[in-house]
Structure formats: C-alpha cells, structure tokens
Design a protein around this ligand. Structure first.
Ligand code: AGP
Length: 372
C-alpha cells in the first residue's frame, strides 16, 4: 500500500532513500570510542581467524558484486588471499577447501538456494563459514558457524539497493577486523578508514540530494537499446552492479566492463550516441588508474560514445570529456563504491519508470531464489 511505501512511489525509491540510515545502523555498536572494531557476533575464535590462509566469498547477483568489492579490501588490509565465486558455480568445480579456509556467504534473504548449497559444501570440507546476512534467523545464518548481520531493515523491492550498501559495510568491517586480529602493517590506514567509514552515511545522503539531473538524464535515454558501464579497481564491480540494475529494471541490454579490457574487445561496440557510464577512481588514491580511465573516456568519446562520468568532487581532469558529469564526494579509494553505486541505482529506477516498467516487481524475477 501507499502507506507502506512511506510516501514514495515505489519500495525501491524508499529503500534507496533509506541507505544513509542502513549504512549507519550496520556500523552501530561495532566500532568503539578508540576506533577499534568489536565484532562479538563473529563467534569464530581469533586464533582460527589468525590462522586462516584463504578467504573464499560465495554469493549470487548483487551480493556477488559486494563480494567482488570485498576482495579488494580483504586482500589489501589483511594480505590473506581472497577468492570470490558465484555460489552456483562453486561446488561443481571441486574447490580446494580445508580447516584453514574462511568462507564468507553473502545473502540479503538468507534463503538463496545456490548460496546455501555452496556453504553446505564448504562446511563438509571442514571450512569455517561466516554469513553476511540481512534476515534474522534465516537458513543461511542458521547453517553457518557465525553471522555478521547487516542492518538494512526489510528490503521489499526485488532489486537490491540498501542491502548491497550494507553488505559492503559488513565486508569492510570484516576485512578491518581480520586486519586488527592479525596485526597487519596497515594499522594507521585501518584507523583512518574506520574514521571515514563512521562518516560515510552523510556522504551517501549528499549523493541522494543531488540526483535530480541523473533522473532527467535517465528519462532522456528511455528509448535506447544498450548502455555500457566501465570501471576499474573497485569501480569495476560497481559497473557490473549498475548494469545488473538496468537489466533487471529497465529490461535493457546493459554490460559492465573493466575499463582496461576495452582495447581487448568491447571498444568495438562503441558507436555514435551509445551511452557509456564510467565510474572514475579518485585522482588522489590510485592516480595511475585515474589517468588511464581518463584516456579511456577520451577514446570512447572520440568514437561517438555519449559519456556519463561519475567522478569525485574536485576531479577537473574529466570535465572536458564528460557529456554528463555526476559528482560524488571524495572518499578513500576502497570505500568509493558506497557513494558511486547510488547514482546507478537512481538511474536504473528512473529509466525503468520512464519505460513504463513496474520497478518493485520486475518481470520473471523473484525476491529470493529458493531453487537451484
Ligand atoms: C539483485 O538486485 C537481485 N534481485 C539478485 O541478484 C540478488 O542479489 C540475488 O538473487 C541474491 O539474493 P540474496 O542476497 O538474497 O542471496
């Protein structure tokens, strides 16, 4: 009903708007005054976490994209090798698992059959399983060794939005916690990131306040057939997520690519007027990547692409090549997906609406997929 939607036209719009709170709630009580993480719910003993020699993340769809981003954070802050695999592929390839493997199963619903079967397989091989889940008491956390709950609140729209942002937060917390337990060399950086994370809800709010031009842009693209998404580093999974949202909601052909792969094939797709969304890494962090992606934007624009550039405030280098520029607040590199994903959600939602689609209940899809 309209009341359940809290005055919004759809649950999806309501859930997009709830993201600052969802992010803040997921951090609540997990960072103490001294900036140390306390994750009592991670019932796996510190000794086991110290000895883990591999992290394997399993998930589907949007949760899989959160896992892809988590890999960058886990490997950087802990130096533990991390693999990310689609849950539906995992057990069928005879993965290498043992008592020193920490498996992280990410699921909003906690009922996704593919993810459940993957975690069962992992436990049979002696691995410890930690669930990152948004639904209290659901099957996946019940069958795991431990659970780190996301506090997004109920997510009703089929397309996942606020659950995704909180999955990212939970994965960052887990990565930072592993770093803390293992005493990695990134101590100072970890403290700085914890501080930035505590403020990130405000950054998400600021993005939401500036979305009107993104809506107008989305409406102007309603008759297009294809939209491409490019990113690098953690912006690459963000590009995949932007493309998934557009497929689910707008029923358009949408693909995400790692920008460095362009010249290995996808650049052949570029033609006059093709909308290409580019997620630009911060010029302050991985500045090499920033410069490379600016060249990519130039290249595709020279071939006729209509460039939609998502770039940090103060990044002037992109201005000459952006047909549409979407500004996001400056954040540490690894945290950028928390702000960069939001315009892509709004874009997909508005485009779907402009095409006359029902955004909360896209055709052919179910909120949780309880069959393999
Ligand atoms: C996201 O927009 C999707 N509807 C879908 O990809 C979803 O993320 C996936 O099915 C996993 O669901 P889960 O998080 O409940 O396990």
């Amino acid at each position: 009903s309209a009341a359940e939607k809290g005055g919004y036209a759809s649950f999806m719009l309501k859930e997009i708007a709830e993201q600052p709170k969802a992010v803040t709630d997921t951090l609540l009580g997990r960072i103490d005054g001294a900036g140390r993480l306390s994750l009592d719910e991670v019932r796996i003993p510190d000794a086991v976490l110290r000895e883990a020699d591999k992290v394997v993340i399993v998930a589907c769809g949007t949760a899989f994209h959160a896992g892809l981003i988590a890999k960058y954070a886990i490997e950087h802050w802990t130096r533990i090798p991390c693999e990310v695999e689609l849950a539906s592929e995992f057990r069928y390839r005879d993965p290498i698992l043992n008592r020193r493997t920490l498996v992280v199963a990410i699921s909003q619903s906690g009922e996704t059959m593919d993810t459940l079967m993957a975690l069962r397989h992992a436990r049979e091989q002696g691995a410890k399983v930690l669930a990152v889940c948004n639904t209290n008491g659901s099957t996946i956390p019940r069958e795991s060794d431990a659970v780190l709950y996301t506090h997004a609140g109920p997510e009703v729209a089929v397309a996942s939005t606020k659950a995704f942002l909180t999955q990212l937060v939970a994965c960052y917390l887990l990565a930072l916690y592993l770093g803390q337990v293992r005493g990695t060399q990134w101590g100072d950086e970890i403290h700085a990131v914890v501080r930035d994370l505590a403020r990130i809800g405000d950054d998400v709010e600021r993005v939401l306040e500036t979305m009107e031009p993104v809506r107008a842009l989305a409406r102007s693209l309603a008759d297009k057939d294809t939209v491409l998404f490019l990113g690098r580093h953690v912006g690459y999974p963000v590009a995949l997520e932007g493309a998934l949202k557009l497929k689910e909601l707008a029923y358009m052909h949408a693909e995400g690519f790692a920008a460095g792969e362009l010249k290995h094939g996808p650049i052949a797709l570029i033609e006059e007027g093709l909308p290409v969304v580019v997620v630009v890494p911060s010029p302050r962090g991985r500045s090499v990547l920033h410069d490379k992606i600016v060249s990519n934007i130039q290249e595709i624009r020279a071939r006729g692409a209509r460039t939609i550039v998502i770039a940090e405030e103060g990044d002037e280098a992109v201005v000459p090549y952006a047909d549409h520029l979407v500004r996001i607040p400056a954040t540490p590199t690894l945290l950028q997906p928390l702000v960069a994903t939001v315009p892509l959600q709004v874009f997909a939602c508005e485009l779907a609406t402009a095409r006359g689609n029902e955004v909360d209940q896209p055709r052919n899809l179910a909120k949780s997929v309880t069959v393999e």
